[in-house]
Design a protein around this ligand. Sequence first.
Ligand SMILES: Cc1ncc(COP(=O)(O)O)c(C=O)c1O
Length: 441
Amino acid sequence: MNRRKFMAAAAAGAASLEAAPRLAIEGGAPVRATPLRARHWGPLYYDDKERAALNEVLDIGAPFRWWGQPGGKPPTKVATFEKEFAERMQTRFALAVTSGTAALQTAVAAFGVGPGDEVILPAWTWHSTCTAVIMAGALPVFAEVDESFNLDPTDLERKITPRTKLVIVAHLQGVPADMDAILEIARRHKLKVLEDCAQAVGGSYKGRPLGSLGDMGIYSHQVNKTISSGEGGSVVTSDPLLFERASRFHDVGSLRALHEERVGKAALEPFAGVNFRMNEFTGGVMLAQLRKLDTIIGAARNHVRRIYDSLTGLDGIRFRKRPDPDGETGDSVYIGFDSQERRDRFMEAMKAENVPARPPSGSVVLPVQNYIEKKLTAFPNWPTWTMGRGPTIRYGAESCPRTLDILNRFAGVAVDPKFTRRDVDDIIAAIRKVYPAVMAS
Ligand SMILES: Cc1ncc(COP(=O)(O)O)c(C=O)c1O
C-alpha cells in the first residue's frame, strides 16, 4: 500500500491498514443493504390535522376563500394561514397564492418591474425565478453563484447598471445566501430585494426568518418543499403598498375587505391582474403543515448537524459554503472536490454503498437553457429582448463559467426529517469510507 492509501486509511479512522474497509464498488460489502432515499418532507407528516381541515371544508361546502359559508361569514382557512404565516415569518403581511411561480410573478408585479428594467438573479436557480422577470417584460441579468450555490455578492455588484431595478436572491436547497453582503450592496445602489425562499421555507439568517430580510419574500408549497399541499405559494412583505399591489395583482386587480382591513385603507385604484387565489382545501392543509414547520425542520437540522460534526475531522474535507449553519433547513450535506472526475468517482462509489450522492439539484443553470440562450418568448416581440440591452445581452456558458465549474465539482446527500439514527449513521459511515479513498486515487 502506498503512502496516499495509508493516509486515506488513517483518515477513514481504520484501526489498522488491514481493517480499511474495501469499497463496495471494488467488491467490498456496502454500508447499507438497500439504497437510502430522502422522501418528500411535508406528506411524511400528514395526519388527522390535515384530514380534519379537508373534511371541514367538504362539510361546510365552502371551498372558495372569499365567500360561500352558511350564514354569510367568510371562510377562515386561507385567511388564518396568511395570518399565521406572516407571524412565523415576522412580516406584517402574507398573501397565499397558487404556487411559488405565481408568488414570484405577483412579487415582481408588486415592485412595478416592467419593460426596460433589468433584474439581477443568480445563474443557478429554478426556471420560475427567471420566467417571472420575463413575464413582466423585464430583462434577466445573471450573476454567478459562489460555493454556497447562491448569489455571489461580488458578481452581483459587477452586474448592476443604471437600469437595474430589482435583485432576486434565492436561498437554494435550504441554505441561506450571504445576506449581509447582498443587502449592503443593494441598499448602497438603492435596489429592491426579493428573496426567493421556495427551497428554504422556515430557514433563517442570523436569527431572522428568510423572506423577512429583503423588501419581499416568496415561498413554494409544492411537494419537494419543507411543507406542502402538493402545490401552493406565499408572498410576504412588511410594506403595505407592496402588499396592496401584490393582493390586487393576484386577484384580478381588486382588494378584498380582509386585505383592505390589513393595510388600513386602499391606496390604489384597481389595475389589470390575474387569478392566483389559494382555495380553502389548500389553505386548510397548509395551515396544518405550517403548525408543524418547526418540528419538521428541527428534525432535519439535527440530522445535518450530526453529519457535518462527524465529518469535520476528515482529512482535507471541504463543504459547501454555509453563510449561517444554524439557519439552514437541513436539506442536504454537500462536499467539494478539486475536479469533476473526482466528484463523479465519489458519486459512483457512494451509489455502490447504497448511500447515493448527487450533484446540486432542484435548479437549472439558466443562462444555458435553450429558450434563454435563444431569447425565446411566446410572443416574438416581447419587450424582454427587444428593449434596452435586450438585443445585445449574451447568455450561454461563457456568461457563467464559475457557476458551471462549482456545480460540476460538488456532490451531496439529501436528508429527510424522518431518517432514523441508523440512516444518518450510514451517511456518515459511507462518506468516511468513500471520501478518503477517492481523494487518494
Ligand atoms: C427556487 C425556486 N423558485 C420558485 C419555484 C417555483 O415554485 P412552484 O413549483 O411552487 O411554482 C421553485 C420550485 O421548485 C424553486 O425551486
